[in-house]
Design a protein around this ligand. Structure first.
Ligand code: XMP
Length: 599
């Protein structure tokens, strides 16, 4: 049974595109609370919504099995905004006509708006939007006016002011649409929404936590990541330290000096109810001889649970004695995308595994941040007084360096060869594969390294090839620039799984990258910067390092960052001084087709 919607929120029905979270965030930036629901949510559950937004989606309304909303939602009297697929669905449902278009591409297109259109009041008559070509509305439903047109699309927007139903063929939520934010704000202003800001939420959160916890106490695993740090601090503030117990498990897969840094940060805040347990031996023992990425994730997750269970038993923290489990889950982790289930195939949500879901259903779990996006968690952290540096730490995956130490038992039998068409650049296929995402699922493919006479300068042409090669060649899901060599060396593979020695080596490289990033003033410009260890080098027993700086908003899509030449140079030179590393690369691939992490 889904939780009821927040009264007067703006609900986004997710038809499965990549865009539902983007719309939800933009609505919140306009000052209204937003939440995402599956497309077929019954109208009866939406009657208290202030507004309903129907998102875009990849399908045609005529496709078999295409997602359908409850037709009654257009009769609730609640303002509705349809975007792309939502635009077609509204036209189709209210008796208009939708016709299959020629192409399925996206592009910048100029539209002309109708002077009487409510949605575009106050905007220029003509502006550029990010149009999705595909199906289009060819006959308007009765009572609707055409609100905008483009050269190729007569009904690029339509509306019925009397019914408060508006819809657009283009994506208002992406930055490529001029005035996209203004259009969303206009829609939000037409609704009777509850006001939303992080400051007002910070006040409300205390009451909600108190109500949910009652007279129980909360036990919580703290990783040092932004989410668990903020959640743990909120619980301490609201319930008082005597009703909260934190546990920090040192897995051996954390960053250099991480445990100390986390404890110092909490000390400064006066939080002392944090038990630290060094379980690194147990983690490395369980990972011995394990090469497969998902198997590694499972073992790390299971070891966490086993340690947590043992410690909580030792400390007598039992549910039957009035303890609950606290989690730092944030909003994107709680959402199953309705149309495509896409998010699930990309990322495992470790705090929504079956055992935890059962506890949630039994009311044994408290998640104070479950309605918030990452940037909102950061604002909340600052609002409650945590230091700026602490809340602006880069995201770090739950399995830690474990997913950044690439493991392989044997060299691939046949490594493909490849010559880049129409260029003279040298390239080499790496003797290992990594995870990517293409279409709707994971891929497990080779990376292609490119070589340049000026290895520290990121070649703009290489950035382009990093998009075109994986898109046209199914062998590859990543393209890298080698920053340590100007011509391809012979790669010598060494089998390897996760060991303390490899973790220490990667920790040292990661530490260099973090220092240099800070020194160059880049830390807050880069969203995340994984550093990855690969089991081959140019001599027996040697290994390689991959730099993976990316910019992103919520990690669902990401762009590779082109680092300045002097930063690449200093990072490469310092990493090459580490004993055991003799090759360095920088990953230039966006997500998709690559994922952020290599596993
Ligand atoms: P990918 O590699 O799927 O990563 O593009 C998206 C975001 O999720 C993080 N990540 C994880 N986080 N457990 C986590 O808590 C995991 O197993 C995991 N795998 C990836 C990754 O660091 C990025 O921020």
């Amino acid at each position: 049974m889904p939780a009821p919607i927040h009264p007067k929120s703006i609900v986004i029905l997710d038809f499965g595109g990549q865009y539902a979270h983007l719309i939800a965030r933009r609505v919140r930036e306009s000052g209204a609370f937003s939440e995402i629901r599956p497309p077929n949510t019954p109208a009866s559950e939406l009657k208290d919504a202030a507004g309903i937004i129907l998102s875009g989606g990849p399908q045609s309304v005529y496709d078999d099995g295409s997602p359908q909303a409850d037709p009654a939602i257009v009769h609730l009297g609640v303002p509705v905004l349809g975007i792309c697929y939502g635009h077609h669905w509204i036209a189709h449902t209210l008796g208009g006509k939708v016709t299959g278009g020629k192409t399925k591409e996206y592009g910048r297109t100029q539209i002309s708006t109708h002077k009487d259109a409510t949605l575009f009041q106050g905007l220029p008559e003509k502006f550029v939007v990010w149009m999705s070509h595909g199906d289009e509305v060819t006959t308007l439903p009765e009572g609707f006016i055409c609100a905008a047109s483009s050269a190729d699309c007569a009904n690029a927007a339509m509306e019925s002011e009397a019914r408060k139903i508006y819809s657009v063929q283009f994506h208002v939520e992406v930055v490529h649409t001029e005035y996209g934010n203004e259009i969303l704000k206009k829609f939000v202003s037409l609704t009777d929404h509850a006001e939303w800001s992080i400051e007002s939420y910070a006040k409300r959160i205390g009451e909600e936590v108190k109500k949910e916890v009652g007279d129980r106490r909360v036990f919580m695993l703290v990783s040092g990541g932004v989410d668990s740090t903020v959640a743990f601090t909120v619980l301490n503030e609201v319930l008082g330290a005597h009703r909260v117990q934190g546990l920090l498990v040192d897995t051996g897969l954390m960053r250099k000096n991480e445990t100390r840094a986390i404890m110092n940060a909490f000390d400064l805040f006066g939080i002392e109810n944090l038990e630290v347990v060094d379980a690194s031996d147990e983690f490395f023992r369980n990972l011995e001889g394990v090469y497969e990425p998902e198997e590694k994730r499972r073992i790390i997750g299971d070891t966490f649970l086993a340690v947590q269970k043992r410690i909580s038993e030792d400390m007598h923290l039992r549910f039957e004695d009035g303890w609950m489990l606290g989690q730092g889950t944030i909003y994107p982790d709680t959402i199953e995308t309705g149309g495509t289930q896409h998010a699930d195939t990309i990322k495992t949500h470790h705090n929504r595994v079956e055992a935890v879901q059962k506890m949630i259903d039994a009311g044994l779990v408290i998640e104070p941040l479950k309605d918030l996006y990452k940037d909102e968690v950061r604002k909340l952290g600052e609002e409650i007084g945590l230091s700026h540096d602490l809340v602006w730490r880069h995201p770090f995956p739950g399995p830690g360096l474990g997913v950044r130490i690439l493991c392989a038992e044997h060299q691939e039998e046949a490594i493909p060869t490849y010559d880049i068409p129409q260029t003279t650049y040298a390239s080499a296929v790496l003797p290992v594969r990594s995870v990517g995402v293409q279409g709707d699922g994971r891929t497990y493919r080779h990376a292609l390294a490119l070589f340049s006479e000026t290895p520290y300068m990121i070649e703009p042409r290489f950035m382009e090839l990093a998009t075109s090669i994986p898109n046209t060649n199914p062998t590859f899901n990543r393209v890298l620039q080698c920053t340590s060599h100007i011509t391809p060396p012979e790669f010598i593979f060494s089998p390897g799984y996760v060991t303390r020695e490899r973790a220490d080596l990667l920790r040292a490289a990661d530490d260099i990258v973090y220092d240099e990033m800070h020194r160059a003033g880049l830390y807050e410009k880069i969203w995340q910067f994984p550093v990855v260890l690969l089991p081959f080098g140019t001599a027996a027993g040697m290994q390689s390092i991959v730099l993976r700086p990316i910019e992103s908003q919520e990690a669902m899509t990401a762009n590779a960052v082109s680092l300045p030449e002097e930063v690449v140079k200093i990072m490469t030179e310092k990493i090459l001084k580490l004993p055991g590393i003799d090759c360095v690369f920088i990953d230039l691939t966006n997500k998709p087709p690559a994922t952020i992490e290599w596993e």
